[in-house]
Write a protein that binds this ligand. Structure first.
Ligand SMILES: NC(=O)c1ccc[n+]([C@@H]2O[C@H](COP(=O)([O-])OP(=O)(O)OC[C@H]3O[C@@H](n4cnc5c(N)ncnc54)[C@H](OP(=O)(O)O)[C@@H]3O)[C@@H](O)[C@H]2O)c1
Length: 341
């Protein structure tokens, strides 16, 4: 038997254990062309709230009672699929469960992880969080070495990689915004941010005035809302804004969402603002993982991970994202790999 979390209710506030049922069910049976995997780590992401509310079109609609959607690191323990050999360690769409039947035709397809690095990095630095940061900084942000760069949500899963990646690509200095003194201290000591702004305890306007007296060239935005509007009012010529996410607005109803006052500044400053979705960059995953894994091996990229233990902790892990409790990539360790004969 295995444990599995199923969606029990659609949240209209921060998701918690009351929105899920933990059930015990038999292990899946192997099907032609597929593989059975043992879950080792599961990731959580802000977007999961939107899966629970059926607000995305890239995750299949989640009926109440179905296994909660999510990706993780897993070991192939039975296989009828040549691209998913026995024993392989993969990052895949698993769902919140201890064993899963996976399919190489999923999009994004399961991908193999480097085996010389800690398996937990397959949730963060050498996986979708790291790839999101890399694509955002390099391909959307088109970073230049003269850029004065700002990052919001800087101590989160994606944000914790952004300054190191930006510097690996030539940036001179990067300013991060996060909530609370502990996070802000760790932004400097562990994540290579040069300046930090604690938006929960400091006057963001005056700190931005001092940090960017001539304006902002590149903004990596994880939070959206009023802070994005503030930055729009501070753009330098040919600035770029990378819309990675808008976590401050995911629980805000449509009518109450922030109305932007400074959008016209994009035109005035010849600037661009561009969103992107990491699933659309699947063709680049192998190259991105090679780059990110090399940076980790060289000590250029130092993954910050926030790990709880046991599949029972999944709802709390998801809630932590909305409560601001996580530092770095929030994940759950579910099991050790099996010893396969
Ligand atoms: N474009 C893509 O393909 C892609 C891929 C992955 C993620 N994303 C997006 O990127 C963003 C970061 O994702 P992540 O996985 O790294 O999550 P994350 O940043 O670890 O998310 C949790 C953090 O968000 C901050 N937060 C929570 N509620 C907030 C609010 N109301 N206002 C401001 N900050 C708030 C908290 O940090 P503080 O304590 O500092 O507030 C919290 O620790 C999210 O918006 C996510 O949806 C986009």
């Amino acid at each position: 038997m295995q444990k599995q979390w199923r969606l029990a209710a659609r949240p209209d506030s921060i998701p918690d254990a009351s929105h899920f049922d933990l059930v015990e069910v038999p292990l899946p049976q192997l099907e032609p062309g597929k593989a059975i995997v043992k879950t080792l780590y599961l990731g959580v992401a802000p977007v999961m709230l939107r899966y629970m509310r059926n607000e995305t079109d890239f995750e299949s609609p989640l009926a109440l009672g179905s296994v909660m959607a999510g990706r993780g690191v897993a070991q192939v323990i039975e296989s009828d699929c040549s691209s998913l050999p026995m024993g392989a360690i993969v990052q895949a769409r698993l769902g919140w469960q201890e064993y899963a039947l996976i399919d190489s035709s999923d999009r994004p397809a399961p991908f193999l992880l480097p085996t010389d690095l800690p398996l937990s990095h397959g949730i963060g630095a050498v996986s979708l969080s790291g790839i999101t940061a890399l694509v955002g900084v390099r391909d959307i942000g088109l970073i230049k070495d003269t850029d004065r760069m700002l990052v919001s949500g800087a101590a989160g899963g994606v944000g914790s990689h952004v300054a190191e990646i930006a510097k690996a690509l030539g940036a001179q200095s990067v300013v991060g915004i996060a909530g609370g003194p502990e996070k802000c201290s760790r932004l400097k000591t562990e994540m290579n941010y040069d300046e930090v702004i604690d938006y929960k305890n400091e006057d963001v306007n005056s700190r931005l005035d001092v940090a960017f007296p001539d304006g902002i060239d590149l903004y990596f935005d994880n939070v959206g809302g009023p802070l994005l509007d503030n930055v729009l009012g501070r753009l330098r010529r040919r600035a770029r804004i990378v819309i990675c996410g808008s976590i401050s607005e995911y629980l805000v109803e449509k009518e109450a969402k922030h109305r932007f006052a400074n959008l016209q500044n994009l035109g005035r400053q010849d600037a661009k603002m561009e969103g992107f979705f990491v699933f659309d960059y699947e063709d680049t995953y192998a190259d991105c993982i090679d780059t990110l894994a090399d940076w980790v091996r060289q000590g250029v990229l130092n993954p910050v991970e926030h790990i709880s233990h046991g599949i029972e902790t999944m709802p709390d892990a998801l809630a932590d994202l909305y409560l601001g409790n996580n530092v770095g990539v929030r994940m759950v360790k579910v099991a050790e790999p099996a010893l396969l004969s």
